[in-house]
Design a protein around this ligand. Sequence first.
Ligand code: PRX
Length: 639
Amino acid sequence: MANQEAAGFDGVSDRSALQEFSVSNSESFWAAVARQRLSWIRPFHTVQDCDLSRGEIKWFVGGQLNVSVNCLDRHVHTCPERVALIWERDESGSEVKVTYRSLLEMTCRLGNLLRRHGVKRGDCVTIYMPTCPLAVASMLACARIGAAHNVVFAGFSAEALAERIRDAQSGTVITVNQGVRGGKVTELKKTVDTAVQSCPAVQQVFVAMRTENPVAMTARDVAMEEEMLKEDVVCEPAAMDSEDVLFLLYTSGSTGKPKGLVHTQAGYLLYAALTHRYVFSYHDGDVFGCVADIGWITGHSYSVYGPLANGGTTVLFESTPIYPDPGRYWEMVQRLKINQFYGAPTAIRLLLKYGDEWVHKYDRSTLKTLGSVGEPINTEAWEWYHRVVGDGRCPVVDTWWQTETGGICISPRPSDADAEIVPGMAMRPFFSIKPTLMDTEGKVLTSNDVSGALCIAQPWPGMARTIHNNHQRFIETYCRPHPGYFFTGDGAYRSKEGYYQITGRLDDVINVSGHRIGTAEIEDNQCAAVAESAVIGYSHDLKGQGVYAFVVLKNDVEVQGAALCQQLNNMVSKKIAKYACPDFIQVFVQRLPKTRSGKIMRRVLRKVVERDLDGVGDLSTLDDPTAVQEIIQGHGDLC
Ligand code: PRX
């Protein structure tokens, strides 16, 4: 496959030459790949028009296409009965297969239904659903009619959902009556009802039935499946410009307000498709098993857009790794004959603790590639994944990327002939990606065996274009720190051999079980009892990072101990989601360590929690060093 790809370029005969070519001739590389791999309504006239320092990114300018046509129609023409989706429902052993033909029908009916209800090109539709075929059809229906989608993870609270609906200026929501995960029912429609009370722009809520239990419907609600049946199975696709918005996806940054990253049509789709094919060595006929939720970028790029653009068969996983038991993933691999399995280190670490028997019980001989994403994978988990799950014969690809990057940027590529893979390292950049490490003064580190801030030196088609309604924040976050480079917010180490290892975030974002949370988002909770708080991440065996909150109470507050912690946890799960709740809350009546200018010294708090008292370092800039002493001595209640 690699040589075939290389053959399209003059003078490029093998994979490493192609890698070099893609970096130094990124325009020619992407132009050729875009012509070869996407179906265009109108060809593009300019490959790219980018200025990283101003955050102006445009790819395939002048081109028009429709993403749903690329993901569906063109495969329906060649292989209508091929399975597009295998919905691995929460109830194990009850999977549902959806062919390309029926996914196209579903998408068209939904596209027509949305159009009939006034959804227009350029509108934004919020999707609050579990991972299921109707959610995928909803995303594709938006793409078909030119609306942008905004998928909100169905574990988010009503408040978090409402905030995202409002920021996206979304007038339409699609949801289900109830969700089912790990055997537990969640009241998603009720959550939407609560959310839309504070979203006056929402005109309509489409409600699909995931369970048989009826829910209260209001005048605003539309019974989705019932109404879809009335629609035609043909829906005219909108001709979209390459740079029209395909979707918004909210993610956490270092301030309290989540940011709606914007991805556009052609570049995103092409990048998701090419990375899916090469990083995982995906071949036609393979069954691709990405177990991420569609509410995250991994679900977007590798459960939906990448595999479908490649005409692949993709698994939609609705459940959890331990339901009904810790053999769930591997029983599923056996039953669905999964060839590539893509999951998160946090789940691998959890399953490792349950022992090898749960893996050995099932036949995993179909597996060819194992992928890891979302957080660093420690060596023990990597080794176990490789040795036990993959029987030592499947390459493990530790893939580094972000919501912002649209697709995988640094990862081993097992199809490379000389593919050495070092456990726990993301290894090498993908085609055309030029990683650069910066020192603390912002100078480029040119040698090997160095650590620095990870930047990317040239634009690539899959990168986010802006933050919805806040281009200034986009520029300040990604373009300003190192002008001319895209700043990722992560640190990385480049080994003697030139391989990359991600060392973690450089900002106040923490990563809990692969979920990204800004510490400020948790701190921002308004609790009557709390004067101020500081939240930090600490190293956690299973979750990668846990949440540790330092809380200072108001003077006159009586409530303490368990009751207070309960109150604080309830607030965080109400405002954000359960996974954001602190593991530890240390409650004080004194103050937090601050600089003289009033900034909380998180570095100091981190060192105290890590019990690295020597590392606490210089405290001379602290306003009141006794604050640290009290924390070190463990003053206050810990719960
Ligand atoms: O810190 C990096 C970490 O996850 C962040 C991106 O989070 P999100 O936008 O939610 O996307 C997650 C799925 C792509 C990154 O800034 N991260 C992601 N992959 C890895 C990783 N850290 C270490 N190794 C990885 N493979």
